[in-house]
Design a protein around this ligand. Sequence first.
Ligand code: NAD
Ligand SMILES: O=C(O)C(=O)C[C@@H](O)[C@H](O)[C@H](O)COP(=O)(O)O
Ligand code: ZN
Length: 357
Amino acid sequence: MQTLTVDLGDRSYPIYIGAGVLQQSLLAQHVRGKQVMLVSNETVAPLYRAAVCQSLSEFEVDEVILPDGEAYKDLAHWNQIFDQLLLKRHNRTTTLIALGGGVIGDMAGFAAACYQRGVNFIQVPTTLLSQVDSSVGGKTGVNHPAGKNMIGAFHQPVAVLADTGVLNTLPDVELSAGLAEVIKYGLIHDADFFTWLENNMQALRSRNADALAYAIYRSCEIKAEMVALDEREAGVRALLNLGHTFGHAIETHAGYGQWLHGQAVAAGTMMAADLSCRMGWINADDVDRIERLFKAAGLPIKPPADMTPAHFNALMSIDKKVLDGRLRLVLLEAIGQAVVTDQFDQAALMQTLQGVR
Ligand SMILES: NC(=O)c1ccc[n+]([C@@H]2O[C@H](COP(=O)([O-])OP(=O)(O)OC[C@H]3O[C@@H](n4cnc5c(N)ncnc54)[C@H](O)[C@@H]3O)[C@@H](O)[C@H]2O)c1
Ligand SMILES: O=C(O)C(=O)C[C@@H](O)[C@H](O)[C@H](O)COP(=O)(O)O
Ligand SMILES: [Zn+2]
């Protein structure tokens, strides 16, 4: 097992990474009080609830099991967590445990941020995407029909337990979705990691344990560093949004759940790369390398054919990085180096939106 720390002063917390982490009785030491509310979904709970509960015998454990899918990451289903917390009379020292992928982590974390004005929660991420990204950093929330993650809060977990063994039951398409965010870290911060991914993509897709463990560790290390520097996204943390302005527009336009988040991030990152190339910041060879890596990861490289520039513009204009009415995008200056900027050419953006290369 490897351990990283997200360094946030008295709110610092560990990320435990490794096969069998759930068997190691780590959960109990991070539970405060006597009550636990396990939040999971109808797919993950039957698979892993027993592994989580085995180390919680000294606590009163209740559970809320939500329907599975991005389409249910909304206020109505989020409210079911409060219904259960109140029905079972949980008080302020309760601990929520999010057992699932990014949807469950975001919803449970946001419930923990709001219940009785804030209680503790632990992330037990069970998808690659949630192990490398969503379980770390404290962005929590739900979708609104008009926009992704539009309602939420920053609320850090007290611990993250990433058991890489649970990835054995993850469908291939979900593994690929997680690889989109892994590739993101190489693109924004670490050219050597990007090269390592080029050389190890097949090992990752065939679930080689060492390759996955390294990719998860390095991804969490980069994210932890950025979050520690800029917890609330006033600066460098925005780089973690590479491809997301386009990607969130795709997810919202298609209908939540039609495009997986990681798939939308991949296509959105190709659009960011295309615009960066049009600006002369990266070259066509860089764009080809990025495209090859996404394809090797089993990810789409184009947005949905029915999406027009007007669709993109309407949805991107409410992106959370918009500042004083000006759209800011994360663009690439090189493989391994990104910038958040409003200094891009509008005509070039229009060409990117039209899918011209
Ligand atoms: N908070 C953040 O910083 C952050 C970062 C990235 C993404 N996100 C959010 O995360 C969500 C996407 O997360 P996701 O990709 O994990 O999707 P997800 O939570 O929908 O999980 C994907 C699918 O895999 C299933 N599953 C989960 N673990 C499994 C396992 N071990 N075995 C078998 N099936 C399993 C789930 O039931 C689901 O059907 C999006 O809502 C996105 O906006 C948040
Ligand atoms: O942690 C962050 O910061 C990120 O931007 C990580 C993203 O991968 C993630 O999808 C996040 O939920 C997007 O945040 P949003 O603020 O654009 O909704
Ligand atoms: Zn993301």
